[in-house]
Ligand binder design. Structure first.
Ligand code: NOJ
Ligand code: CA
Length: 700
């Protein structure tokens, strides 16, 4: 610093001190702010909670680095005093917890829930006496907090939430991976990678990487009877909870006592740590259904891709897919190759013509004349390849709810154990007929749909049926409480590669693993073997295929890797049986790979670039590995130390062949066996948008 500058800064410091002293003399200082902290069991994550300036706020550090700057908390209500300003932190009750619980099915059997808790109570110092609490749970893999508002005189009767003030001060230096919220295609967007300061309104989970390399994912857990939260950008890198409104503008309709969903921040020193976190599940309530062994994880095929690539159709236009004969063909194929389910779409009345806009025409109990539901239920049961039901609503939810119990009774009677549902409608266009008979339009992630989905799941559970919604509300870990809510869509799945314009880019699955998949299982429907389906001539002269550039932008080996990377307890082998019959060598991996795991470990990865998972099958000794990359070819060196020490394993390796690349040579695959031990490091070359899939079996 120059002498002049030093003199100047000394003088300004003196002036500042005088101004401060005067200000302090004339300003009546408020009662001292109170600050409380709670740390993770490891001590690495510290949450501070304060009432500074009369506002409730929290901040988070990880290994001493601020990862969430001081951020507001609070709730506002319609026609009631809320919790905004003039708040005082009156109570802070610490506790801790450590136990291990078991999943009936899942990516791992045992989950450890170890956290420290602080229940912070804030009292309002204006208006009628009232208080709200915020319960913080700090785990070694992140933080969860939720509001708890007890029964109290000032908040009697119906309470309409008009604003949730929760903020997340991530900072504008982070990089973000996100999809927009509030846009027509719900969650079905290609992820953006931008500076956090350029994020507009975004859905969660949203993933951030701080300049230090620390990764964060913001989401929510246990979304029950509340509206889904997205993030609104307040200032660059500073986000606020935005709740999906009802059609009348209210955000949440509730009454005291109530608890909000958990707001979650997963924190890891690197990208792969996010994938090894169980925070979302740990913040959900335990299983309320008891024995759910009636749900069997497994793999399925279906009359589905044929519609998306325009070989068949849902309705009656000469190429109806859901015929008795065709279903039997799929059931025979499933039984022969060890799959336990066959999905059939387009079996019921209502698909003819413009089904997208005519959801009210769907019948959920009447099948088309060429589909013999009773006979196929029995045929599938006899073969061990059960019929998987399908309920497309086109977003006409009142029509569906009116038929729900009859529809579920019917499926229960014919032996359907799993139903895929669908809510194809633009965001904000879910039809609800209210109790006055007036048609209202709701959001897919608003409180109405949050209630609807749980209602369906509970009704299905009574009949021992599992549910897999497409165009769903996002996953917040409710599979722990309701283990028949087994999977869902809620992102761009394989279907976009049939007609997406553009299809999913080569980086898509390497982003999904670190974003959408943190919420829970996805029915992505992998396993396409004919990678250029739209290159074929159309079926008839009066028909057209979609643009040939719509195709999976992956190699064949990467299609196999998806079964290990993208977890779901139901995995589809999505392509046509005849396409598998042409490639039985590669198909063997899909036949072998389980859908239920004893343990899962993410071994490496960077968001949007590459990722490797190892998973151990449940009830057996085999390990499986899946690795995939974006458009960049790369070589991964993978220590095999996850395998049991002292054992020799036979590794059946399916990897990109010489000169493979997704665009020009996607089918080149190298399939071979070799012996390995846990002491080795395996070198895996991956092609551009390529992958590798490996089964490790203990040698005799
Ligand atoms: C969209 C779903 O994601 C897809 O799987 C389904 O085939 C169609 N809707 C028709 O229900
Ligand atoms: Ca969809």
């Amino acid at each position: 610093m120059s002498v002049t500058a030093q003199r100047f800064s000394k003088r300004s410091a003196a002036i500042f001190a005088v101004v401060l002293a005067v200000a302090q003399a004339i300003w009546i200082a408020p009662a001292d702010a109170r600050e409380e902290t709670v740390a993770s069991p490891s001590g690495e994550i510290v949450v501070s909670i304060s009432d500074e300036g009369g506002r409730a706020a929290y901040s988070v550090t990880f290994r001493g680095e601020p990862v969430i700057a001081p951020s507001r908390l609070g709730l506002l209500f319609k026609d009631r005093h809320g919790f905004d300003r003039d708040l005082r932190l009156t109570n802070a009750t610490p506790s801790n917890h450590d136990d291990t619980w078991e999943q009936p099915w899942g990516e791992r059997r045992l989950v450890r829930d170890r956290h420290n808790e602080l229940l912070a109570t804030f009292a309002a110092e204006n208006g009628p006496a009232r208080e709200m609490s915020v319960r913080f749970r700090v785990f070694d893999d992140g933080v969860g907090f939720r509001y708890e508002v007890g029964k109290q005189k000032a908040l009697k009767g119906a309470v309409d939430i008009t604003n949730e003030l929760t903020e997340f001060g991530v900072g504008d230096q982070a990089t973000a991976w996100w999809i927009p919220s509030g846009e027509f295609n719900r969650y079905e967007y290609v992820y953006h990678e931008t500076p956090a300061g350029d994020v507009q309104d975004a859905h969660t989970p949203i993933t951030f990487r701080q300049p230090s390399g620390v990764h964060l994912s913001i989401h929510e857990a246990a979304l029950v009877d509340y509206s889904g939260m997205s993030l609104q950008s307040l200032r660059p890198g500073n986000f606020k909870a935005s709740l999906s409104p009802w059609s009348d503008g209210v955000l949440v309709k509730t009454k005291t006592p109530f608890k909000t969903p958990w707001r979650t921040i997963q924190i890891s020193p690197d990208a792969k740590g996010l994938l090894n976190s169980s925070l979302i599940l740990n913040l959900n309530a335990p299983n309320t259904l008891g024995d759910v062994s009636w749900f069997e994880p497994g793999k399925y095929v279906g009359i589905w891709w044929a519609m998306h690539i325009r070989d068949r159709s849902w309705g009656r236009d000469g190429i109806h897919g859901a015929t008795t004969e065709e279903t039997k063909r799929y059931m025979d194929f499933a039984a022969e190759h060890g799959f336990n389910g066959v999905l059939v779409e387009g079996w019921n009345i209502g698909w003819d013509g413009d089904w997208f806009n005519n959801g009210a025409l769907f019948s959920f109990t009447e099948s088309y004349p060429d589909f013999d539901l009773d006979a196929l239920g029995a045929y599938g049961a006899e073969k061990g390849a059960n019929l998987i039901g399908h309920h497309e609503t086109s977003g006409d939810v009142s029509n569906y709810e009116a038929q729900l119990s009859d529809a579920l009774d019917l499926y229960e009677r014919v032996g359907v154990r799993l139903i895929k549902s669908g809510y194809v409608a633009d965001a904000g266009q879910i039809e609800r007929i209210d109790d006055q008979g007036i048609k209202r339009y709701e959001w897919h992630d608003g409180q109405f749909m949050v209630r609807h989905h749980l209602h369906v799941v509970k009704e299905a559970a009574k009949r021992k049926i599992a549910i897999n919604p497409h165009e769903p509300v996002k996953d917040t870990g409710l599979r722990r409480t309701y283990p028949n809510w087994v999977s869902r869509e809620g992102a761009r799945g394989m279907e976009f590669n049939a007609w997406g314009s553009p299809p999913n880019p080569p980086s898509h699955e390497a982003v999904l693993a670190f974003t959408r998949m943190l919420a829970g299982p996805m029915d992505f429907t992998p396993g396409i073997f004919d990678l250029e389906p739209n290159k074929r001539p159309p079926l008839r002269e009066d028909m057209q295929r979609s643009d040939p550039s719509n195709r999976p932008q992956t190699t064949l080996a990467k299609q196999l890797a998806l079964y290990v990377v993208l977890y779901s307890p139901i995995q589809m082998a999505a392509d046509l049986p005849e396409n598998y019959e042409k490639r039985m060598d590669a198909f063997q991996f899909i036949k072998d790979v389980p859908a239920d795991w004893e343990e899962s470990v993410a071994l490496n990865g960077e968001v949007g670039d590459f990722v490797t998972f190892a998973r151990k099958e449940r009830g057996g000794e085999d390990w499986y590995l899946g690795a995939l990359t974006n458009e960049d070819a790369r070589t991964l060196d993978i220590p095999l130390d996850f395998l049991d020490g002292g054992k020799t394993y036979v590794a059946e390796i399916y990897r990109d062949g010489k000169d493979a690349d997704w665009k020009h040579n996607p089918y080149a695959i190298s399939i071979y066996k070799r012996e390995v031990t846990s002491a080795e490091t395996l070198r895996l070359p991956l092609a551009s948008s390529g992958g590798a899939a490996i089964r490790f079996t203990p040698a005799e």
